[in-house]
Ligand binder design. Structure first.
Ligand SMILES: CSCC[C@H](NC=O)C(=O)N[C@@H](Cc1ccccc1)C(=O)O
Length: 768
């Protein structure tokens, strides 16, 4: 069937017309219905729906109905008798035999992190404080850890103080009376189980960043950092169009390397005794070796002394540190990451019986001369207290149980869950090819990995409370995320939703061709999505457009619904108007293992350009592409690459559109950039080699720059800086389109339309 023509207005319209995807999805306690959220048409409001598995009947939930249903991400106890969840910031417990719903808290603070102990008690955090809930026994508060001197510990007296006490009996008597009262209160507390335990004190110039309570309420882990440490100067972004009529400054982020990330410390707290002790991390393997020693010397910096600074990995959702306790509460594991990004350690502590001597044990060290991935950091304990984790040590993310690989091969495992019995691991995998995602399983004792789905675009999943079925979130090239369920051990998927609009569903789209391009630069295979006509006219050469995805570490050659769905519709339009379009997962992209990811270390824009040049030759050789009529465009990292292509291979692409582009990596953020280029102070060469602004003199082809003026991710300043360079260089074939009310990802369809009209006109003028 011929593709349905698409207009620029339609491609850039508010995506409501497509039908909004399913966002989060989770099971109800009885495993009979699935709940999900979806954005409401023409609104930012999210509605909540419930769909019945058997009948597939769907209802939109009212506020009163929501009061009866379970919250997302429930946590089951070890027996499968109860599950706990947070809904509207309050903790609830559902009894799975009767369905009885117990409201544990009803507070103005946000509750989080519910976790069950092996013997059925629940701990949770409310703001910064921890609480324990026991069925039929109510809630107990855990005394907070405090920073300061422990008032129960006699202060060390200096000479002056000692002299005062020696001189005056009345002073000595006062002190003795205070000590006796404190001793009595301590003794009573120790003998009286109804009393709250005392606070532990951390002495020094620290501030507590986060805490984690063991599920048995016996131990706590506290993470601190230096109090008031300099976290760096933030850039102000002016807001131009405002309700006040004034230009309003808006504070955003810091710049890479201006201030080093602050070192953190780990403290173990004996909750019962109210004692805290710092856990030394100096013994972690390799922590005292500086991987940046040579760069440091070259930059004229002093050598590092002692251990490298570290930070404790957080859950990524700001809910706190990613700390995992055994259900019995006797062992804890946490992830330590060197601030230079080159090492990650999974560290455990087993405090029981040896609080005063407990030491950090390194269970797994992952080291990378480039940088440790920010993905694939899942870890946890099995019900019988064995540590599992993901590691990229083989070059691809795989699952390990106590050091033994349960999965292996040139593919990646992610998003791991263990069934309640602790027998079977579930995870997302891309075994068939890098862009095809399924749900996989492997026995915890090893054996072969099995695919449970054949949906191609699996995005996430959740096991039903009764452990019989799994809900799967999946998508396709033209299918925004939907939900299906499958039996626990795989089989036919039952689709529960189809949120596409009838109008979108009735259209025929050009299916991307998944192509494998041999690298002429020794990199192996470059995967691409190619869009071309169904039939090629003999002898005709087609103008070529390259689309470059953003983020660097992102996968766009996948069978999932692309983040770049508007761009994909634009590619349909381009093909309809006589172009062919190529979109490759250049080196740096996600889904292809460690070496593909880190090939750009200290040389951004170099391997990726080689891949684009190889792909261009491939389109010319295999798809009747016209080598003299090639253009390139993309946003963010794609904009950066557009600059690099035009400036480092002048004359190759006759026109380029750099959208929300990075022009100078020294202007980008620390978390992202320091991984790939270290810091500008330490590694100026890497920044010079990787930043388009230093190649601006080589620009000769037509260039369109487009940028949102209130972009708080890649600052508008990047485009302003490049514009000034181009002015000073007296370059003539460029223009800058500014969008006063847009940030990084455009929101307004007027802006999208304006930007893509300019891109289209640029290609029409230069490539035809
Ligand atoms: C300078 S590279 C990273 C910039 C940015 N990082 C986080 O937001 C990014 O990845 N931007 C990409 C990815 C994206 C795709 C679709 C919607 C929003 C963001 C981009 O802007 O294309």
């Amino acid at each position: 069937q011929d593709p349905t023509p698409v207009t620029l207005e339609q491609a850039m319209a508010n995506p409501d017309w497509i039908g909004r995807p399913v966002e989060s999805a989770w099971w109800s306690w009885d495993s009979r219905t699935v709940n999900y959220t979806q954005q409401r048409t023409d609104s930012n409001v999210r509605d909540q729906f419930q769909v019945e598995q058997e009948s597939r009947g769907t209802r939109k939930l009212t506020g009163a109905q929501r009061a009866e249903i379970d919250g997302a991400y429930p946590v089951s106890d070890t027996q499968g008798a109860r599950m706990a969840f947070v809904r509207n910031g309050d903790v609830f417990v559902r009894e799975l035999s009767s369905g009885r719903l117990i409201q544990v808290t009803r507070s103005v603070t946000e509750e989080a992190s519910p976790q069950w102990s092996a013997d059925g008690q629940l701990v949770y955090r409310s703001g910064k404080d921890w609480f324990v809930w026991r069925p039929n026994a109510g809630v107990t508060a855990i005394a907070p850890v405090k920073v300061g001197k422990d008032p129960a510990v006699e202060p060390k007296r200096d000479t002056l103080q000692q002299q005062q006490l020696a001189l005056f009996k009345t002073l000595r008597d006062d002190v003795a009376r205070k000590q006796a009262a404190a001793a009595q209160s301590r003794d009573w507390r120790a003998e009286d189980p109804t009393q709250a335990s005392p606070s532990a004190y951390i002495d020094g110039n620290f501030e507590i960043q986060s805490t984690s309570l063991s599920p048995n309420g016996r131990w706590m882990l506290a993470i601190t950092q230096e109090k008031g440490a300099d976290t760096g100067r933030e850039t102000n972004t002016p807001k131009w169009i405002t309700e006040t009529g004034y230009t309003e400054p808006e504070s955003s982020r810091t710049l890479v390397g201006r201030t080093d990330p602050v070192n953190q410390q780990v403290w173990l707290v004996d909750v019962q005794a109210g004692k805290a002790r710092q856990i030394a991390l100096d013994g972690l393997p390799g922590i005292q070796v500086d991987p940046l020693k040579d760069l440091r010397a070259k930059a004229g910096k002093d050598p590092l002394k002692g251990s490298r600074a570290v930070r404790i990995q957080t859950d990524g959702d700001d809910s706190g540190t990613a700390v995992h306790w055994t259900a019995g509460g006797d062992e804890v594991a946490f992830m330590v990451r060197a601030v230079d990004n080159k090492d990650r350690w999974i560290v455990s502590l087993a405090p029981k019986g040896k609080f005063d001597s407990v030491a950090a044990v390194s269970r797994h060290r992952l080291t990378d001369p480039a940088w440790i991935n920010w993905n694939f950091n899942d870890f946890g304990y099995t019900p019988d207290n064995r540590l599992w984790y993901l590691s990229e040590q083989s070059g691809y993310s795989h699952l390990y149980l106590e050091g033994k690989a349960l999965t292996s091969g040139r593919w990646e495992a992610s998003d791991v869950t263990l069934d309640r019995a602790g027998k079977q691991f579930f995870f997302v995998c891309n075994r068939a090819n890098p862009g095809t995602y399924e749900l996989c399983t492997v026995n915890r004792d090893g054996g072969s990995v099995r695919e449970l789905t054949s949906l191609k675009g699996v995005e996430g999943y959740a096991i039903a409370p009764n452990q019989q079925r799994i809900l799967v979130r999946y998508s396709g090239s033209y299918l925004p995320t939907q939900v299906a369920t499958i039996p626990l051990n795989g089989g036919q998927a039952t689709a529960l939703t189809d949120t596409r609009s009838p109008e979108f569903k009735s259209r025929t789209w050009i299916q991307p061709e998944y192509v494998q391009i041999p690298s002429k630069h020794g990199a192996g295979t470059i995967w691409g999505k190619f869009y071309g006509p169904a039939k090629y006219e003999a002898g005709r050469k087609y103008p070529i457009v390259f689309f470059v995805h953003g983020a660097g570490y992102l996968q766009n050659v996948s069978q999932r619904y692309p983040a770049y769905f508007r761009e994909q519709m634009f590619h349909n339009l381009l093909v309809e108007r006589g172009y062919v379009v190529m979109d490759i997962d250049y080196r740096a992209s996600e889904g292809y293992g460690r070496d593909w990811r880190t090939a750009i270390y200290r040389q951004m824009g170099h391997p990726e350009l080689e891949d684009h040049l190889d792909a261009l030759d491939w389109v010319v050789a295999n798809k009747q592409g016209d080598k003299d009529k090639a253009g390139i465009y993309g946003g963010s990292y794609g904009g950066f690459m557009t600059f690099m292509a035009l400036m480092r291979a002048p004359g190759t692409f006759k026109a380029g559109a750099a959208l929300r582009p990075v022009a100078d990596w020294a202007q980008y953020n620390h978390e992202y950039t320091s991984n790939i280029l270290n810091t500008p102070e330490l590694d100026p060469e890497a920044y010079r080699k990787s930043s388009p602004i230093y190649y601006a003199d080589q620009l000769q082809d037509r260039l369109l720059i487009a940028h949102g003026m209130i972009d708080d991710n890649v600052f508008y300043r990047d485009s302003v800086m490049l514009a000034q360079r181009l002015i000073e260089l007296r370059k003539t074939r460029w223009e800058l389109a500014s969008y006063p009310m847009e940030r990084h990802g455009f929101v307004n369809s007027d802006s999208w339309y304006d930007e893509y009209r300019r891109i289209y006109e640029l290609f029409e003028t230069e490539l035809k």
